[in-house]
Design a binder for this molecule. Structure first.
Ligand code: MN
Ligand code: MN
Length: 351
């Protein structure tokens, strides 16, 4: 329920690590303004343009749709003349220096889940705010340096679904704002989100990749599929939206587990998600809401970025479920002799 607190009011009182920070508040306000404009464009579907048209490909070789580039331009233009010195986007090969004096940097996934655009399924925007990295830390290559996830000042995402919502944190509470389609104002609809620890029901994974996964991931998904007959002793539902933002939103409000692991294929060794634009901000939100995020072996926020478009396996959600996958990774002794659900001790083919 609306508590009469607009995003603008929330940002006016914004403090980072105990200090008020009007510069960061301005940047988040500009991102929210651009997201409001983008929500109208998304809602128009193909009335005026074909948003799902492939127009190019990015540095990583992923196809770029018209909506990816349009959204990228929208956010970049919104941040010009703001305290953002460096703008890094999933859609741009290199970082862009927007203002020589700006002390802040933004990493942005302008459209998350753009494959959904033709399906009228959810898409989103993910953002992360850091102090401007020293891009020329060393004179010789590599000159790349981006602060680790633990250094984020703020992070959030916008979900363009049936409602347009913005979830953000500055490292303390995680708050949800809903865009009023009439007034174009975001208002607080859920403050201090905590990921439910008890009885999370859902998990999300692209199970068609099962045969490529590493053993600890297979084992854990086998446990989940085993449901009431497996070690969890209860049944789960599986969900898959095809957009990280939609999965993150569901886990924040309902709990559960999301996995995009690395696998044996050359194209998927580190999964498909990007550390700076996706994993860092989602992990920051999830941890601030009392959940956990790892790459299967270690905490996402402590992984150092080696390159701008680095990919990383991403597993996040309710702490108990993330802890289980970490335990399976580090202690193979936990692996049962056969965890395949159909042949598990309490499975269908129990002798
Ligand atoms: Mn994305
Ligand atoms: Mn994207």
């Amino acid at each position: 329920m609306s508590q009469g607190i607009t995003l603008k009011m929330h940002l006016d009182g914004l403090s980072l690590r105990g200090q008020s920070d009007p510069a960061a508040a301005e940047v988040i306000g500009r991102i929210a303004g651009a997201a409001s404009a983008l929500s109208r464009i998304v809602a128009c579907g193909s009335l005026r343009d074909d948003p799902g048209r492939t127009v190019d490909q990015n540095a990583a070789g992923d196809p770029q749709k018209a909506i990816d580039l349009r959204a990228n331009d929208l956010f970049r233009d919104a941040l010009r003349g703001s305290p953002v010195g460096v703008f890094a986007s999933e859609e741009s090969e290199c970082v862009e220096v927007l203002d020589g004096s700006g002390d802040l940097s933004v990493a942005l996934d302008p459209i998350d889940g753009s494959g959904n655009i033709d399906l009228n399924a959810p898409v989103g925007t993910i953002f992360s705010l850091v102090r401007r990295p020293d891009l020329a830390r060393r004179s010789a290559a590599p000159t790349f340096a981006w602060p680790a996830g633990t250094q984020q000042l703020a992070a959030g995402f916008v979900l363009y679904g049936p409602q347009t919502t913005l979830v953000m944190t500055t490292g303390e509470s995680v708050d949800l704002f809903t865009l009023d389609p009439e007034t174009r104002e975001f208002s607080l609809t859920r403050a201090g989100i905590r990921i439910p620890a008890a009885a999370p029901d859902d998990y999300a994974v692209n199970a068609s990749n099962y045969r490529h996964w590493e053993e600890p991931v297979r084992r854990h998904v086998d446990e989940l599929v085993s449901g009431a007959a497996g070690p969890y002793g209860r049944d789960f539902n599986m969900r898959w939206h095809g957009a990280l933002v939609a999965e993150a939103h569901r886990i924040l409000v309902r709990g559960g587990l999301y996995l995009y692991p690395g696998d044996a294929r050359d194209t998927h060794r580190n999964g498909r998600l990007r550390l700076i634009y996706e994993a860092y901000p989602i992990a920051f939100l999830v941890e601030c809401a009392g959940g956990a995020a790892c790459n299967g072996e270690r905490r996402i926020l402590e992984i150092e970025a080696q390159s701008l478009h680095q990919r990383v396996p991403l597993i996040f959600g309710s702490t108990s479920m993330v802890d289980r996958i970490l335990a399976l990774h580090h202690r193979p002794a936990l692996w049962p002799t056969s965890a395949a659900p159909l042949f598990a001790t309490r499975g269908l083919f129990r002798s």
